[in-house]
Write a new protein. Sequence first.
Length: 398
Amino acid sequence: MNKTNASTLPQLSFEDTQIAFASKSNFKLKKAYWIFALMNQNWLVKLGTFFIKLFLFLHFPIKKLIKSTIFEQFCGGETIQECKQTIDQLQQGKIGTILDYSVEGEENEKSFQITKHEILKTIQKAHENQAIPFAVFKMTGIFQADLLEEFQTESGLTEDNEETFQHSKEILIEICQLAYDLKVRLFIDAEESWMQGTIDTLTYEMMERFNHETAIIFNTFQMYRVDMLENLTNAIKAAKDKSYFLGVKLVRGAYLEKERQRAHEEEYSEPLHKDKEHTDQDFNTGMLACLTNIERVHFCIGTHNEYSCKLLLEEMAKQHIPHNHPNIYFAQLLGMSDNISYNLASAGYNVAKYVPYGPVESVMPYLFRRAEENSSIAGQTSREFTLLLNEVKRRKNA
């Protein structure tokens, strides 16, 4: 491990667009600029989402247009093979790839088997290619959502559903076993609060089984939840008490609108913080708790928040922790926050991009969520747009 500059804070700037967009040709830079220019208009995002859904429903031939614009910006391809160019390009910028089979909302045995085989393929690919430091999947890719929800109710699973649940659990064990055998770190993504308790239970069971030598299985903590900081603290304690390594992926949260709508409809108290300030506070506190327990906790911060990234850099420097410490990763989504990803990687930190892939039609729910999240996060799309504009101007004046 390189410790030459472990105690110093590197001279990096998240405003450095030359490093951030070095991999983009002028054509691709301008295309990204126009995509974010359009996404910067909230009304246009809503209108565009409506018409794309309508055209797909009516089988209009718009797949080629989608694939060459928004799909190309945020996805690696329709298959793992199609992602090769993205993987290679990211690797040139010293950034890893997290292949994410992003097909959503298909709940039947056939789709579960397809998803299982895709996850196993991504694990195998990560084993073969050191440019892929993690694999990832969602429990709802292999479990029926209503069974995950039913499991965490007071009454638990009905007898009729027990066998179906156990069948999905066997698929989970098969996936985790392969990750363990091939020494591939595996993220289990967070989902909605009404099924997250079940996901946590299953994930910790897998950790107890597979994380005794190093962190293979990682749980995801959505810090916009009011109970999540305490959950993280308890998870760290449990890992110490039971002598296994805790794998942590920290995020702010991805289901804000759904959580609030459900809480309102079913008349229970929202499980989320009332404002972003408290979410940010818990995220940063949780991040530093992971750093304090770095020998027991292996963690990745999945964030587009520049302040949180800088705070972690400063704390690593204070504690003389090397930039490339193997237990610490930064992650952002493909097509977003290149100013963070490429500048961190250029300074020697471990960085990876989530690279979604899958058939265009099946990945559309993911892309719609990206568009809606970007337009709802205060200033995120404007920030992306401004950085791209700055680089367009810089190149013009160079």
